[in-house]
Ligand binder design. Structure first.
Ligand code: 5AD
Ligand code: SF4
Length: 442
């Protein structure tokens, strides 16, 4: 038998890319590759890229530059670019970095083995199609390897919303939902391999409308209730959602489904109606706040998380203040905030841009308020008993680290628990980035 080849994958960007990288590794497993965690001994290097902001794409090009020496020392080394930069720039990548052998978009990665075979014949290989065949279909015969306690599962992909700043509708394509049966099958398989918590992924996951076994389309809430029945699956999360797709049944599930965790990532982007309109968000600050009220009525202890863009074209100081006001009202437990970054081909890229220093200054002010609320919410956990799913040993001997239902990292000293075990933990201390607790029951 010939020696297995080594594949090094570096993943950028969102959780869906993490999921895609796992699937790519599996697909390449069928072509005789095993994963390695260093590029130095690899036979193939694959960068799974992100195009959401400018810096993300630039990072890919500089990373490619760093592999030049490796490629010169080992001409047989294959270098591939996958993901959203691959989709957006295609052939341009090979022009800018001639040492790239392979370019594959996020909708065609099931064709990686064929593309790799082509590169072995000395040819360049490119596939950035949106094929009609289902990439998930070809990835069902995966090895039954043991998994950690948490996993991602893509249920929906693509976006039809066309926010004026965003490349996702162009790189990931139109919204597509996977059928319920396939998702349940994949969830059962993950549980058999040790997974206890599944995060359902989609660019607009709450717009999920996959075909149910009864022949009609199911909502995300209905899918969650179906997954609730999977024995051994203890926790369900989903990300990322659009406010307009928060349906009544999903809000209700947050109050009624014990396996659905009390955490919700619900990006608003801005608190100014004028900017929201310019962003083509199709909701207002007020409608978002009313929605949050309804979600909190269903699940009062829910921790909310959001995304914000500062310095969107035409954002005035007053518009920015409106965003701060919204943050003060919602009080997020977590948030991701970004300076607006022009993306070629999106409507907002054509508009007058704000100076960089204005964006930077607003970002700092916004982050200070986010951090303030985050701190209070984290500190408020002290004295409470939360459930923790243990994921790994801590840095100290005997210490174990896991995540609470609210997604806080929690560490426990002298914890007599294994990886993948759930326990009730009383929180005794709030540190800089994590909580400390002691187990009260298992
Ligand atoms: N500039 C800055 N941030 C962006 N995002 C998406 N596109 C851009 C852009 N052009 C942010 C949004 C989105 C998150 C995934 O990335 O906040 O919710
Ligand atoms: Fe991008 Fe999300 Fe808007 Fe879709 S809903 S265009 S993925 S920001």
């Amino acid at each position: 038998m010939s020696k297995a080849k080594r594949l090094y994958i570096k993943t950028y960007g969102c959780q869906m890319n993490v999921y895609d990288s796992e699937r790519m590794a599996e697909a390449m497993g069928g072509a005789g590759y095993v994963e390695t965690d260093t590029p130095d001994d690899a036979d193939m290097i694959l960068l799974n890229t992100c195009h959401i902001r400018e810096k993300a794409a630039e990072k890919v090009y500089s990373e490619l530059g760093r592999f030049k020496g490796l490629k010169e020392a080992k001409p047989d080394l294959k270098i591939g670019v996958a993901g959203c930069v691959a989709q957006a720039e295609g052939q341009e990548i090979m022009r800018r970095q001639p040492m790239v052998d392979l370019v594959v978009g996020p909708q065609s990665y099931h064709r990686l083995p064929e593309l790799e075979a082509k590169t072995q014949e000395g040819a360049k290989a490119l596939d950035t199609e949106f094929p009609v065949d289902d990439k998930f279909d070809t990835l069902r015969h995966r090895p039954k390897a043991k998994r950690g306690p948490t996993a991602f599962l893509t249920v929906q992909e693509g976006c039809d919303k066309f926010c004026a700043f965003c490349v996702v509708p162009y790189t990931r394509g139109a919204e597509v939902s996977r059928p319920v049966g396939r998702i349940v099958e994949e969830a059962q398989d993950l549980v058999e391999r040790g997974v206890r918590e599944i995060t359902l992924l989609g660019q607009n996951v709450n717009a999920y409308h996959g075909a149910g076994p009864d022949g009609v389309d199911w909502s995300l809430a209905k899918l969650i209730w179906e997954l609730d029945k999977v024995d051994g699956l203890e926790r369900i999360r989903f990300t990322t959602s659009h406010p307009n797709d928060m349906t009544d049944d999903l809000i209700e599930a947050h109050g009624a489904c014990a396996k659905l965790m009390p955490y919700l990532h619900l990006p608003v982007q801005s608190g100014s109606d004028r900017i929201l309109k310019r962003m083509n968000r199709s909701h207002t600050a007020e409608s978002y706040l009313r929605l949050i009220e309804r979600i909190r009525a269903a699940r009062p202890d829910i921790v909310l998380s959001g995304d914000f863009i500062v310095g969107f074209p035409e954002e005035s100081e007053q518009d920015f203040q409106d965003t701060i006001d919204l943050i003060e009202e919602v009080k997020y437990g977590y948030a991701y905030s970004f300076k607006y970054s022009t993306r070629p081909g999106t409507p907002a890229a054509e508009r007058d841009q704000l100076p960089e220093d204005v964006k930077t200054e607003r970002l700092h002010r916004l982050q200070a308020r986010i951090t303030h609320h985050q701190r209070i919410i984290q500190d408020d956990m002290v004295g409470r008993t939360v459930s923790v799913l243990f994921e790994k040993p801590g840095r100290l001997p005997g210490q174990m680290v896991g995540k609470s239902d609210y997604l806080h990292a929690v560490h426990v000293a002298d914890a007599d628990v294994g990886i993948g075990q759930l326990a009730q933990v009383e929180i005794i201390e709030s540190g800089s980035n994590s909580l400390a607790g002691r187990i009260v029951s298992k």
